[in-house]
Design a protein around this ligand. Structure first.
Ligand SMILES: Cc1cc2nc3c(=O)[nH]c(=O)nc-3n(C[C@H](O)[C@H](O)[C@H](O)COP(=O)(O)O)c2cc1C
Length: 370
């Protein structure tokens, strides 16, 4: 089997394992440690709650992004068409999976460009891995990746853990910052960096901001675990995948750290499972929340009714949460009072963040001196 065939097979295996096995983190993304203080007197009407935001030059009807999953195979193309139709209908953002396969084999481009056709107006996020950026990609290839889906922003995904534990992994991460800096200078669209389940801490976020990156998808721990996926790829016998199953910075913690340490736009992905979680992610510092796994099964089966109902519920739950916290606009969530307890509070305190500020409706800033 040649290299491209192997990449395609691996991508399908990932999806099938995600649907067949339990590949979720056993530790939590931290949303249960975060509670809004209920406002018995919201002083707004539910009907006045507005979910619209502007992000990367696009208007979204809700601060939600269907996170990067697939492309590069026929089935991946069908899934992308499904997800893009859903994103366009609801006016939310959509990311595609790594576009590496379509650079290596131009015949696969339509499995990504279908997103441009089905979601012509909404926010679209292109995707490539950091190892590819470091190893070989020219600016021309990056431009091809962006134009393939008419993307508003390019996400470079960081997945050092997954690369380290998969047998065919590409583990060259030396020089990522410099390559990112070059990409930010030469591309017409902004560049975002996206972790894929292990989170981003304040120190790395500061380096990325200095490199010219405009946004971070914190891709935190607590949702889909790539270590778990790799464990099952080797028949559930692989020790390395098992050992690192729960490795990473929980999504809530990473969101607070990046928001406290930088001025970057933030997407909180990893274990977001309800509209209440979306609201909490934004209240902690995100601009929008990303959701991948919950949409996968419906997209795989082509059950559009279930996809719509999932998205509809997320939006309703977000709206009710905003009402109960007196938040007329999405940005008002950032002034809500939040109680942060448990492991999330403990982690944040050890990092020098005063969680009592959240309880009073204020937000912390974090200075890192290194
Ligand atoms: C089947 C599948 C494939 C994925 N492929 C990619 C990818 O190619 N690039 C990327 O940046 N993230 C990829 N992700 C990661 C997701 O975008 C997301 O960060 C992660 O699944 C956590 O979100 P969740 O807990 O809602 O699933 C993939 C996720 C799934 C489930």
């Amino acid at each position: 089997m040649d290299h491209i065939e192997k990449t395609k097979e691996r991508k399908m295996e990932h999806i099938e394992i995600c649907l067949r096995e339990n590949v979720q983190f056993s530790k939590s993304a931290g949303f249960d440690d975060v509670e809004f203080i209920h406002r018995a007197i919201p002083e707004i009407n539910l009907d006045d709650v507005k979910l619209e935001i502007s992000l990367f030059g696009k208007r979204l009807k809700a601060p939600i992004i269907i996170a990067a999953m697939t492309g590069g195979t026929r089935k991946g193309g069908e899934i992308n068409a499904f997800l893009a139709t859903l994103a366009e209908e609801f006016g939310v953002g959509i990311g595609v999976g790594s576009q590496r396969a379509a650079i290596e084999d131009a015949s696969l481009r339509d499995t990504f460009s279908v997103v441009r056709e089905k979601a012509p107006t909404t926010l679209k996020i292109a995707n490539i891995g950091a190892p590819q950026l470091v190893k070989s990609y020219t600016i021309k290839e990056l431009e091809t990746i962006v134009s393939m889906i008419d993307a508003d922003i390019l996400a470079v995904h960081l997945n050092p853990l997954q690369e380290a534990i998969q047998p065919e992994g590409e583990t060259s991460f030396h020089g990522v910052l410099e390559r990112l800096r070059q990409a930010t200078e030469m591309l017409d669209v902004p560049v975002m960096v996206k972790e894929t389940g292990c989170g981003v801490a304040a120190e790395e976020a500061i380096l990325l901001e200095k490199a010219g990156v405009k946004a971070i998808d914190v891709g935190g721990a607590g949702g889909t675990s790539w270590s778990a996926v790799e464990h099952f790829r080797r028949g559930g016998k692989d020790q390395l995948g098992k050992t690192f199953w729960d490795w990473g910075i929980p999504t809530t913690v990473a969101t607070v750290e990046v928001a406290a340490a930088t001025n970057l736009k933030i997407i909180a992905t990893g274990g977001v499972r309800s509209g209440v979680h979306v609201a909490k992610a934004i209240a902690l510092g995100a601009n929008a929340a990303g959701i991948a796994y919950p949409f996968l099964e419906h997209a795989y089966k082509g059950d559009y009714h279930k996809g719509r109902s999932l998205m509809g519920n997320l939006i309703k739950e977000l709206k009710v949460t905003m009402f109960l916290t007196g938040s007329k606009e999405v940005s008002d969530l950032k002034r809500t009072r939040l109680i942060i307890t448990g492991r999330t509070a403990e982690w944040l305190k050890l990092r020098g963040i005063d969680v009592t500020l959240f309880a009073r409706g204020e937000r912390p800033s974090l200075k890192i001196s290194r």
